[in-house]
Design a protein around this ligand. Sequence first.
Ligand code: FAD
Length: 277
Amino acid sequence: MSKNLSISFEFFPPQTAEGIEKLNTTRKQLAPLKPEFFSVTFGAGGSTRDRTLETVQQIQADGNSAAPHLSCVGSTRDNIRAILQTYKTLGIKRIVALRGDLPSGMATTGEFQYANELVSFIRAETGDHFHIEVAAYPEFHPQAKSPRDDLLNFERKVKAGADSAITQYFYNADSYFYFVEQCHKLGITIPIVPGIMPIGKFSQLARFSDACGAEIPRWIRKTLESYGDDSASIQAFGMEVVTQMGERLLEGGAPGLHFYTLNQAAPSLEIWKRLGL
Ligand code: FAD
């Protein structure tokens, strides 16, 4: 397998002392794989602002590169400016720039409506300091008016200054290849790295997927359902499916893989090993 692949791992900022301990262990297990970066999610409206910052500081202190996610919905320019300044001071060089989803009960969208506005703002405020990642949706964002609109909205983020993209997870490699092909037709050449979600608990996966518009193909859903509570079989089958898809993606030219770890090391490590990375 090529040595130039961009491999990254995503964490969420833990809430409890136990969660922090667990993530420390996970990070120590994944760090020897020398990922390009560890990214840390950010609750929309700034709900995890301090915890995201703490997690990012830990990652940097251990000598690894951290890429904080930054969502702009419900935020003001002053807020975002202050966060960017903090990250700059900490030596952070990469940011995952997102719109985010307004938490229920939060009435105002704030001063940014879409992620392309955030990307433009980051560029205007900080020039080329940050490598900016944005989100891409091979199966389309659930609120997009049409696939074409979604693609053009993705193009807006690229034109605003995004350097590369990470996709929403999917279990259908064709959707990724088609999306990349459509991007190429528009002249978009930034790397688009597939997001990989290992399969753990079926009910949790089904819930996530419904919310974010990721399709679980019928053959996968039916097979997972048929295992009921047999988590060993679910995980073995999930591992096989995700590894095969990862192989296809890399053979088909994907520039790397971004693992949605859910703060666990074992599934990503196993996929890594099976893919011969
Ligand atoms: P946008 O690119 O702004 O798109 C949102 C919707 O608006 C799309 O339907 C798009 O077609 C449409 N749109 C975009 N621009 C325009 C425009 N100018 N005019 C009209 N319509 C437009 N969420 C979090 O809260 N925290 C995280 O840390 C986080 N990390 C993520 C990481 C990755 C890799 C991915 C794929 C998603 C992540 N999300 C996160 C979820 C993300 O915030 C949601 O999917 C959100 O609904 C959209 O964010 P976006 O940046 O893709 O938005």
